[in-house]
Design a protein around this ligand. Structure first.
Ligand code: ZN
Length: 400
């Protein structure tokens, strides 16, 4: 399977300028192409940031890529307005046209229902003020990792990379990214190999994700919710207040903006580390993993939105899923309409809904004392197993 391996790198002053130029050129080519495909309202053409511009009428995805590339890159370089496109490697410019094409395809498939999941909007103009900027080099761009362990990028030079872990195989492409906290990352696409499949084991686990605990496992393990954002809230408020007092466009405002971005980044990094560690442990220790299919979107609009977002369940579930594939484990989501807090995991008697403060209850049918969350994770495990057997032609899920 294909995976991304991301490393931080540290460009020097000249390289930072070259990268800024590259990001700028990529953005201009993207916007030029989008403007071609998305007719602008005449009245909006002169208005502020390009994002505020509104499209009018149906867009046209013509001319197609090769023509567009010839017109917006090759020929444009010969005009005085776009002459500077010649200062950067042409590969990322061609790649961004491909990205735009994919964005249109995703939007269309989403509209026609061919693509599942949340609605995908039409591509939007990129701005100089976007939070992250990126450019992708494919194999034919002549980038390489030097013998000295530096990353050599065409027209940028050799940059120092922090190789925090080993690349499992030779990467096919590299995306360079600058994030809102002004950090630089190189993200490689690599093909993982079959040798990573772990030796088979017997335990299977059901997971109940929640807010009082981040996760409760069917073996009774409870993983506390670290609440990273909540813990950083005071620091964040202070940084945001400082930012709001600075004059727009000033140097100090930019510094304050960076400070806010850094607090956010630290929270995101801590959360990601936590997700990685927990998901790796669970996948290593279990042959099959079942998780309740959460409706995170619905919860995200509720009163608990901030906490739900802070927990980051979907990112965690996604990690479980790809690590299961990678290490040869079984992963499945089970129906979220399971009445996991109303059903006894011992005898499957349905006991009626219980208010959230009820943490323990005794089954009226078989008199087992249940911890609410552990019981829920056991229901998830049982339902997951039943679904799996059912799919293999075995017994059907017990009537709940
Ligand atoms: Zn019971």
């Amino acid at each position: 399977m294909q995976l991304r391996y991301t490393y931080r790198f540290y460009p020097d002053r000249g390289q930072r300028a070259a990268l800024a130029r590259l990001f700028g050129c990529v953005r201009v080519v993207f916007n030029d192409a989008l403007a071609r495909q998305k007719p602008l309202k005449a009245s909006n053409k002169l208005l502020g940031s390009p994002k505020k511009r509104v499209a009018e009428g149906p867009y046209q995805r013509v001319p197609k890529n090769p023509d567009l590339s010839r017109e917006l890159i090759t020929r444009a370089k010969q005009t005085p307005e776009r002459e500077w496109l010649g200062q950067v490697s042409a590969v990322p410019l061609q790649q961004v046209l491909r990205d735009l094409d994919k964005a249109w395809a995703a939007h269309e498939d989403s509209k026609t229902g061919k693509r599942q999941g949340p609605k995908v909007g039409a591509p939007r103009f990129k701005s100089r003020r976007d939070r992250t900027q990126s450019a992708r080099f494919t194999a034919n761009a002549r980038w390489k990792i030097t013998d000295a362990g530096k990353l050599s990028l065409p027209r940028i030079g050799e940059v120092k990379v922090n190789w925090s872990r080993e690349l499992p195989s030779a990467p096919s492409s590299v995306t360079v990214i600058k994030d809102a906290a002004d950090r630089y990352f190189a993200s490689f696409v690599v093909e993982t190999n079959a040798s990573e499949v772990l030796p088979e084991t017997t335990p299977e686990v059901g997971i109940d994700l929640g807010l009082s605990h981040f996760a409760v496992l069917s073996d009774g393990t409870k993983v506390a919710n670290p609440r990273f954002l909540r813990r950083a809230e005071r620091k964040l408020k202070k940084a945001q207040r400082a930012l709001s007092r600075k004059t727009k466009g000033s140097n100090n405002r930019n510094k304050a903006r960076l400070k806010v971005a850094r607090v956010h980044m630290r929270v995101a990094d801590a959360r990601k580390d936590f997700h990685h560690q927990l998901s790796t442990t669970i996948i290593r220790e279990n042959q099959a993993v079942y998780v309740e299919d959460l409706c995170v979107k619905g919860l995200g609009r509720s009163r608990l939105a901030k906490s739900v977002h802070d927990a980051g369940w979907s990112a965690f579930v996604h990690m479980l899923e790809y690590k299961a594939t990678r290490y040869g484990r079984f992963f499945a989501k089970v129906d979220r309409f399971l009445a996991s807090s109303q059903t006894c995991s011992q005898c499957w008697a349905v006991d009626g809904p219980k208010p959230l403060h009820v943490r323990q209850w005794t089954c009226t049918a078989c008199e087992t004392l249940h911890d609410r969350d552990v019981n829920a994770s056991r229901i998830v495990l049982a339902a997951g197993r039943a679904d799996r057997e059912n799919a293999c032609g075995g017994t059907v899920r017990p009537a709940a």
